[in-house]
Design a protein around this ligand. Structure first.
Ligand SMILES: [Zn+2]
Ligand SMILES: [Zn+2]
Length: 248
């Protein structure tokens, strides 16, 4: 599989980093995890094409994880008419917002719901096609009324975990427990709402080949580099920037 980090900034973009978005490609298909980056542009610049996209999965409703989705679906509606994919959003309000935006920018157009399928994700959501099995695992990033989730992915016989955003200072102990139970090939962990000291007790317990920090503000870059250089853990510690690619 090929994983392209399309947006690695924290809650706001920087001059070099967009907000959260990652693309996974396998077998001629593409799956997008969060859409805080301008994914219309980042997907094209990564060499993928719209028609390859099979699914867009959002971890929660905050703008730094979904803002790019409106433009992407707009172009899928009226220009890239061979697009055919599922989109998982964490509230009906977001789905209503998509319809409101598209209704405003393309008055009178009928939304092609047969090929652009908008779903509300729940704590039990599992998406499965011939390439990928993706499960939502609730976290405690927002509150009990608004779903936020980690995404647990099985693909090519391997496992990838995206933690999504979690609680402030990890005080609600919502680091996904599956990370201690299953063997992962890659864990992608946010670092916006806590620092290296708060996440280290979890690093002691995870089972993975690679552990990747993303969604970190610049003041934490030095701590990530120090940890990566320390050799303290039996897995690789990575801190990708926008455009970086992992293949395994
Ligand atoms: Zn975020
Ligand atoms: Zn958030």
């Amino acid at each position: 599989m090929k994983i392209t980090f399309m947006g690695t900034s924290h809650g706001v973009p920087s001059s070099e980093r967009y907000c959260s978005s990652t693309m996974i490609q396998t077998n001629g298909s593409a799956y997008i995890i969060d859409a805080g980056a301008p994914i219309t542009d980042t997907v094209l610049r990564s060499g993928a094409v719209f028609d390859d996209v099979r699914g867009i999965f959002t971890t929660h409703c905050h703008g730094d994880h979904i803002d790019g989705i409106f433009h992407f679906i707009d172009l899928s509606q009226w220009y890239w008419k061979n697009t055919n994919y599922d989109v998982y959003l964490t509230s009906e309000a977001v789905i209503n917002a998509i319809h409101a935006v598209l209704g405003a920018v393309s008055p009178g157009a009928k939304f092609p719901e047969d090929r652009l399928r908008l779903h509300i994700a729940t704590p039990d959501t599992v998406f499965e096609d011939g390439n990928i099995k993706l499960s939502y695992i609730p976290t405690k990033h927002i509150n009990e009324h608004h779903l936020s989730a980690a995404l647990d992915i099985e693909i090519e016989g391997k496992r990838v975990l995206f933690t999504g955003d979690m609680s402030q200072k990890l005080a609600k102990d919502d680091f996904p427990k599956v990370a201690f139970e299953k063997e992962y090939d890659l864990i992608v962990c946010e670092l916006a709402h806590f620092g290296i000291p708060e996440v280290m007790p979890y690093l002691d317990r995870v089972k993975t080949k690679r552990f990747c920090f993303t969604h970190a503000s610049e003041r934490k870059f030095g701590d990530i580099a120090d940890l990566a250089a320390s050799g303290k853990y039996p897995f690789e510690i990575l801190h990708p920037k926008d455009g970086d690619v992992l293949e395994f």
